[in-house]
Write a protein that binds this ligand. Sequence first.
Ligand code: 13P
Length: 230
Amino acid sequence: MRYMELREQLCDVCHKMWQLGWVAANDGNVTVKLPDGNFLATPTGISKSMITPEKLVIIDAEGRVLEGEPGYKPSSEIKMHLRCYREREDVGAVVHAHPPTATGYAVAGKSLDQYSMIETVIAIGSIPLTPYGTPSTDEVPEAITPYLAEHDVFLLQNHGALTVGADLITAYYRMETLELFAKISLAAHLLGGAKEIERPQIDKLLYLREHYYHVTGKHPGYKHYNKDEQ
Ligand code: 13P
């Protein structure tokens, strides 16, 4: 089977998302860009705990299925993923999940765009709340497009979370960072509210963000996981 290491890495991400309680039933979807410009995608309607390499489908930039076992169609959210790749040449992977605390913010209609925690500023910057869209329709890609140029992590109103990255590990890490930040923000809220970092300090953190290759560029694991495609 082609792209076996990448398929296994994608399955690993799906299994982690389920183990972490970020998805129930068939929630969530993951895609990764292939060297030939096509995409490996999770199939629709399957628990992320049950994803195995042969169940993944290969699609083109229009969402047409190029390879896949009979009966497996690409995720119903594929238009949202393809829009991320279309708008951002640097994006190599997209992860969508419903991590409960981050999704709590999305459901409450609250963004997480305060610069209040050092690691989050460095790793993911600010996190906008994108407008409501009916899943699987063009409404979702349309809703996220204005935010794509400036952000790597998004809260989808009344829906869940979306992260992009140069590679799968980076996109996955960003979802982890988002959910931890959401938990910390909720704890801070209970304790009287988060205190924003002062602007000169924020600028220093944003400068660091530019120079941390593992959060803005490809993760060191990328080469290893993609060696079968060289
Ligand atoms: P799919 O099973 O089609 O990927 O949909 C899951 C989901 O999370 C919809 O938002």
